[in-house]
Design a protein. Structure first.
Ligand SMILES: CC(C)(COP(=O)(O)OP(=O)(O)OC[C@H]1O[C@@H](n2cnc3c(N)ncnc32)[C@H](O)[C@@H]1OP(=O)(O)O)[C@@H](O)C(=O)NCCC(=O)NCCS
Length: 131
């Protein structure tokens, strides 16, 4: 269980709260990634002392995209983890090429391409150092 690695974004409409985005992450010491299947069992791979905060998925409701919600969600989650756990030294994720600029704007750097990540697309292993 890693509840602090799961954040949601909410908005209020007609007096009701509505969930408009979420980000999921786990911690581990892994460095070798080839295919999504290698990491897909996130609960088993999670290590509460891991130095690597791995972003599993980030999503924003289509009606609320391009308003800063995704960037805010991801940066808030990372900043909270950094403050809470001094043992985390970096954040990693695997992105599709279309989102490379999005993550670069948030301080992530390309580490390497993962040509076999998905059956239909390569992935980009990206990393942001927290030290
Ligand atoms: C990726 C995602 C989370 C971004 O959320 P968001 O709230 O729109 O992001 P922000 O508003 O903070 O940032 C917007 C910037 O992200 C980039 N971006 C967002 N969606 C994009 C897309 N589909 N293609 C290319 N760039 C995109 C653009 O640079 C955009 O800046 P611009 O509006 O000035 O062009 C959202 O598009 C989404 O949920 N996509 C589907 C799920 C997904 O692919 N998740 C990523 C898994 S690695």
């Amino acid at each position: 269980m890693f509840p602090s690695g799961f954040w949601v974004a909410e908005t209020k409409g007609n007096g009701k709260k509505m969930l408009i985005g979420y980000v999921m992450s786990c911690r581990w010491n892994r460095e070798e990634y080839h295919r999504f299947e290698d990491v897909a069992d996130f609960p088993s791979n999670h290590n509460p002392r891991g130095a690597n905060l791995y972003v599993i998925f980030l999503a924003v409701h289509p009606d609320f995209r391009r308003q800063g919600v995704g960037s805010e969600l991801l940066s808030s989650m990372i900043e909270a983890q950094r403050k809470k756990y001094t043992g985390i030294s970096k954040v990693q994720l695997v992105a599709l090429d279309t989102l490379r600029n999005f993550y670069e704007r948030m301080g992530f750097k390309l580490i390497r391409e993962l040509p076999e990540w998905l059956s239909y697309a390569a992935g980009l292993l990206m990393q942001k150092s927290l030290r």
